[in-house]
Ligand binder design. Structure first.
Ligand code: ATP
Length: 365
């Protein structure tokens, strides 16, 4: 069991700041996902944890001990890669036993450990096959077994599901989460897939351009994004973001979308927060489920709109609704019989919205 701490961690490749001053602390037994777009520095951070890359600056601590100088083989980590990295000429048994043979462990002991680890992963009956004689999902489980057989203190996953088809990916997502939960091994999992991050993680670290944007539980990442990058990166369909103007008129506060579309702020706490914002022009963010479809004008902030297009997804429909010059993506628990160009009303929420600084992207509420 182990805790992990990154203190002002940096990795530069020439002029490229691949990892730029990242600090975070991972608890014992926690499942943390590093999430971000391609090139954001998540893999580089993982490879520093593995000891494959040496940091340009800062410290990595396992169980409060600095490990910067500890070579990979002595870090007690297990690693699972996207490409599985199985040896094609060896049987599955030999693949899994390999790290133990490398340690010159007794044959009977190796046999017991291989049998133990494969039992839970449902590959016990396949052990005399070669990697090309089993499916992608099974190969991935062999790779996990090989990472687990040494009883590592820390598990590192580098996009382990990205070579699998969608159905198998969804299946393995739950399998890996259950396995990690049962074993309780501190784990770091790198992905660019926000659904993997949201469904699997105890906490998510969102990266962008080498910097840590937010480190929080999935619910907070979704509902309280610290900045517009996190807000946009997480959620499908993604958050509606529009240009707005804050108008303060005596006691009243409005968010102006267009001249004749002004949202009156009624919630006292939000009004107070907006009163402290000095910028006039900001960005407003609204999740697709927080704007409601109505068939007549209601009290409060409802505005006449038109159906632009519908995107049915089977279980739900993404309603694209035009209000003034903006098109909002809306999802709802209710299914509405709507056609293109139907006149409807959009009702805006009193509290469930965000305002972001246009320059810094910071969440202002
Ligand atoms: P991906 O999902 O595409 O792997 P990532 O978020 O894991 O992306 P990294 O692989 O960590 O990103 O890369 C971060 C930045 O560092 C990128 O700009 C990348 O081009 C650069 N980089 C990574 N490894 C090296 C290297 N060995 N030499 C030079 N630059 C590198």
């Amino acid at each position: 069991m182990a805790t992990i701490e990154l203190k002002n961690l940096k990795k530069h490749f020439g002029n490229v700041k691949a990892v730029d001053d990242v600090s975070l602390k991972i608890n014992d037994g926690e499942f943390v996902v590093f999430l971000g777009p391609s090139g954001c520095g998540k893999t580089t951070t993982l490879l520093m944890l593995a000891g494959i890359y040496k940091p340009t600056g800062g410290e990595i601590l396992f169980d409060n001990q600095v490990v910067n100088e500890v070579p990979p083989k002595d870090r007690e980590i297990g690693m699972v890669f996207q490409s599985y990295a199985l040896y094609p000429h060896m049987t599955l048994y030999e693949n899994i036993a390999f790290p133990l043979q490398a340690k010159k462990m007794d044959k009977n002991e190796i046999d017991k450990k291989v049998k133990d680890v494969t039992k839970n992963l449902d590959i016990g009956k396949l052990l005399d096959r070669k990697p090309n004689q089993i499916s992608g999902g099974q190969q991935q489980r062999v790779a996990i077994a090989r990472a687990l057989v040494k009883k590592p203190k820390i598990l590192l996953f580098d996009e382990p599901l990205s070579n699998l088809d969608a159905a198998l990916r969804a299946y393995m997502r739950a399998e890996i989460k259950k396995l990690q939960h049962d074993l309780g091994i501190t784990s770091v999992y790198v992905t660019h897939d926000q659904i993997e991050a949201m469904t699997m993680a105890d906490r998510i670290a969102v990266f962008n351009k080498g910097k840590l944007m937010q480190f929080d539980i999935p619910d907070k990442i979704y509902n309280q994004p610290k900045n517009i990058f996190v807000a946009r990166f997480v959620g499908t369909p993604s958050m509606n973001i529009i240009d707005v103007e804050i108008i303060k008129l005596g006691e009243d506060v409005y968010i102006k979308i267009e001249d004749d579309i002004k949202i009156k702020i009624v919630n006292k706490e939000i009004k107070e927060k907006i009163n402290k914002i000095s910028e006039k022009n900001v960005l407003m963010g609204l999740r697709p489920e927080d704007i409601k479809i109505r068939f007549k004008k209601e009290e409060g902030n409802s505005f006449k709109s038109k159906v632009y297009i519908l995107e049915p997804l089977g279980r739900e429909i993404i309603y694209n609704i035009k209000l003034g010059n903006n098109i909002f993506k809306i999802i709802s628990d209710e299914k509405y019989e709507l056609k293109i160009d139907d006149d409807i009303y959009l009702k805006f929420p009193d509290t469930n919205f965000h305002l972001f600084d246009k320059n810094t992207g910071e969440n202002l509420l």
